[in-house]
Each structure stands twice: as structure tokens, then as C-alpha cells.
Design a protein around this ligand. Structure first.
Ligand SMILES: [Fe+2]
Length: 269
């Protein structure tokens, strides 16, 4: 169990504008339908758990401090506000320390269905709510812990896996349906619908070869990945470790450390 180091941490309360609230309303109403019809069971469960306490509604944008408190009560994670994009290293180190780094900026009104930039609606609906599910939060923590002591190249590989699973990924059900797991497909109707496009390919994450230098995150994807169960992440992590070991690249697993850039948690001794 982690120990919170920022006893007096204050998460800024934001006065959202009418235009931002309108944007929230549209995206949230669509998200409710996504949760009902397209989300994987773990995300559904997370939403119902946290919604019991916060009572999300289309009229108010939930404040980050309130969401962070509820998540902390549920499974000891905390949310840390960040101004925008942060490095993969800092992001993953946050996960290793049960800290999710979220922006508080709301997407532009013209980006209603798909925001190419970091925004709070995406972070909240696509990433923070799923953390309320213990299975999801454990796997995020696992990927984060793998990044501790990883080389920059290894961090990049973990970030690719994170992206394909927890940003764009699906869980394939026993009845062969693809249910949304990733933050982008949960918070963007456009991204979600894109997966049923005939020209789009969907494969098991095992098939994913890390060959691309950069992730295309500013446009819709033309390939997606799924897992059968969240335990597939364990296999992916083990495979990565083995590959690094065989390549004799430096990798020293160790406990999460306190990173002042994310003002993370310190593990209890
Ligand atoms: Fe995201």
C-alpha cells in the first residue's frame, strides 16, 4: 500500500466556461451510450462503482479533486494535475506509483468527437474512471513498474504497448465481440466507430511488432489490437523482459521510486 507524500496537496478547482460545459455535455451523453453498449465489463464496473459516489451528469464537469478522492478511497490511486503532454517516462513512473497524471484543459468545441490534444474529458472518461476497476489498475501499475530502471528505448517499447492496449485497445469477448478498453476508443465515438470500418485491421496484441518509431496520435488509426483477458498483459510484460534479457540490455527491476516531477507516492517499507 502506497503512502501519499503530499499531505496538503491541493488540486486546483476550475471554473469551467459555458462553452466547456456544452462540450462536456455532448461528450458525456455519448460516453454513457458507449458505456452501455460498447465498453468492456471491467470499464463498465469501474463506471458504476465511481458513479455511485460522484453521480456524473451532463450539466457539471466533475472537479479533479473530487474524482481523485473517490479513486483513492477505492484503491489508493491519486490523480495529479499536469499542464499538458508529459514524457512517457514520467507518465509511466506515475502509473508505477499509482498516480495518474491528468490535464485539466477541456478540448476545443470544434473537437467534439475527437480531440488530437490532451484534454480532461478524455483523461477522465477514458483513463481515470477505468482505474476504479482493480484489474485494470493492477495492469497499469504493472506496465508502470516495468518502466522503472528501463532504458529510454525500453520505455519507448512499454509506451507503445500502453498505447495499443490502454489507449486504442479492445477486449475480445467469448462471443467474439470487441469491447472498448482504451481511453481513446472509450471517449471518442469517432475512434470507436472507426474500428468497424472495413479497411481497419484488428489483431491480438501478441502480433504487435514494435517497428514504428512514432505513434500516430493525431489522426484515426488504421489498425487496432485486442486482448482476450487482462492477464494477457502479464504475458506481454514477461515477453518484453525476456527479450531484453536475451539482448543483454540493461534492465534492473526495482521498487518504484519517488520522482519529484510527478510528486509520486513512496512505497511503504
Ligand atoms: Fe489517453
Amino acid at each position: 500500500m502506497g503512502k501519499y507524500n503530499q499531505q496538503n496537496a491541493i488540486l486546483p478547482i476550475i471554473q469551467y466556461t459555458n462553452s466547456e460545459i456544452r462540450t462536456w455535455r455532448e461528450v458525456y451523453l455519448s460516453y454513457q451510450k458507449i458505456i452501455e453498449n460498447h465498453a468492456c465489463d471491467q470499464v463498465k464496473e469501474a463506471f458504476y462503482l465511481i458513479n455511485k459516489q460522484i453521480k456524473f451528469n451532463s450539466k457539471n464537469i466533475p472537479q479533479l479533486f473530487e474524482v481523485s478522492d473517490k479513486i483513492h478511497q477505492l484503491n489508493s490511486w491519486r490523480i495529479r494535475p499536469v499542464p499538458g503532454l508529459i514524457s512517457d517516462k514520467d507518465y509511466l513512473e506515475g502509473l508505477a506509483n499509482k498516480v495518474y497524471c491528468s490535464t485539466q484543459i477541456i478540448r476545443r468545441e470544434q473537437d467534439l468527437t475527437f480531440s488530437p490534444y490532451p484534454d480532461y474529458i478524455h483523461d477522465l472518461l477514458g483513463h481515470i474512471i477505468p482505474i476504479a476497476n482493480n484489474e485494470i489498475s493492477q495492469k497499469l501499475n504493472l506496465l508502470g513498474r516495468l518502466s522503472i530502471s528501463a532504458t529510454p528505448e525500453q520505455v519507448e517499447q512499454i509506451a507503445f504497448i500502453y498505447w495499443k492496449v490502454f489507449e486504442m485497445g479492445f477486449i475480445k469477448t467469448q462471443s467474439n465481440q470487441y469491447k472498448a478498453l482504451g481511453g481513446a476508443v472509450l471517449s471518442s465515438q469517432q475512434e470507436l466507430m472507426n474500428v468497424s470500418n472495413k479497411n481497419v485491421k484488428i489483431s491480438h496484441i501478441r502480433e504487435f511488432k514494435i517497428i514504428k518509431k512514432y505513434v500516430e496520435d493525431e489522426d484515426l488509426q488504421n489498425e487496432y489490437y485486442y486482448i482476450d483477458t487482462l492477464d494477457d498483459i502479464d504475458e506481454i510484460v514477461e515477453n518484453l523482459k525476456q527479450k531484453w534479457h536475451q539482448n543483454k540490455t540493461a534492465y534492473n527491476p526495482q521498487s518504484p521510486i519517488r520522482n519529484p516531477r510527478i510528486q509520486a507516492f513512496e512505497e511503504d517499507k
